[in-house]
Design a protein around this ligand. Structure first.
Ligand code: COA
Length: 279
């Protein structure tokens, strides 16, 4: 594994199963450069299979979550460099969407401040999002006389309501964390001073769940959105059967035993007692 000091544009902070992946160019408001994209690809690949990480939290150093793609290093510097542009595009798309949206472990975007343009893709790709009340969100592209490219337009059309996506993309108006929570772009917002604790508390709640069931559940919620009801029924039956065999904890049998025989838990009110913690 690349040690945290080997990265220069990001940093990793491990906290008892919760790994914070911090975009670390605070002096540039964590604008995403080609090098940052490369490091993110590497870090997410590694964290996905390391035992120490159970939940990944994506956030930014300093005042920003991320001010979007780096206008100088991602756009202007690659204008005359087709190979460099292609590589940057590939890496950028890989971690911000391909990797995060299919991640084997739960992912949380912790939006601590400015979140603009291209930063909406990882925001939408994460399974969950929690914002500071005073975070500033903006689809600022229109102010640059460009459109929300990469896949940002697609992301916001999926996650935001049609009216909100259209309104904020066409006006470039900013909105804060409380508004983002009201429109369900993020799950909830909290005062900035409480953001980290609230995120860790949420991550720890996820860590108590059976990891295989949680992984299959998040895959299913994403997959069925693009299926008709018959396809969904077939897919979910197949995934349910697969989960029975792929869960090393045999959680279903254990939960059934605890509920029916031991009468030691009520599944409607909390999770079964796991015997062993596995990645
Ligand atoms: N690309 C490249 N550099 C960026 C950047 C970006 N997306 N966002 C910020 N920076 C740089 C600034 O150029 C400045 O660099 P400098 O110190 O060399 O002058 C530094 O980060 C700090 O930015 P500054 O504007 O002084 O900070 P601020 O706190 O006053 O404002 C923002 C923060 C995010 C509101 C403002 O920087 C901004 O509007 N950035 C562009 C956001 C955007 O539209 N992103 C989408 C791009 S499609």
């Amino acid at each position: 594994m690349n040690t945290p000091t080997a990265f220069t544009n990001i940093k990793l902070q491990r906290e008892d199963g919760v790994t914070f992946v911090v975009l670390n160019r605070p002096e540039k408001r964590n604008a995403m450069s080609p090098e940052l994209h490369r490091e993110m690809c590497e870090a997410l690949d590694e964290l996905e299979t390391e035992d120490e990480t159970k939940v990944v939290v994506l956030t930014g150093a300093g005042e920003a979550f991320s001010a979007g793609q780096d206008i100088k290093l991602y756009f202007r510097s690659t204008e005359e460099d087709a190979r460099g542009r292609a590589r940057a595009r590939r890496d950028s798309h890989h971690w911000r969407w391909e990797k995060l949206s299919k991640y084997a472990k739960p992912t949380i975007a912790m939006v601590n401040g400015f979140c603009f343009g291209g930063a909406f893709t990882p925001l939408c790709a994460c399974d969950f999002a929690i914002a500071a009340d005073d975070a500033t969100f903006g689809l600022s592209e229109v102010n640059w006389a460009i459109l929300p490219g990469g896949i940002v337009s697609w992301n916001v059309a999926q996650v935001m309501s049609f009216r909100d996506a259209m309104y904020y993309a066409c006006t470039g108006e900013t909105f804060d964390g409380k508004q983002a929570a009201a429109m369900k772009l993020v799950n909830f917002s909290v005062p900035r001073a409480e953001l980290r604790d609230a995120t860790v508390k949420f991550a720890r709640m996820l860590m108590k769940k059976n990891p295989a069931a949680l992984r299959y559940t998040k895959e299913c919620i994403r997959a069925v959105r693009n299926m008709d009801v018959q396809q969904a029924a077939d897919y979910l039956n197949a995934k349910s059967d697969a989960l029975r065999y792929r869960d090393p904890e045999k959680g279903r049998a254990e939960a059934t035993r605890q509920f029916l025989d031991e009468k030691s838990f009520k599944p409607g009110l909390g999770e079964y007692k796991r015997k062993k913690q596995v990645p």
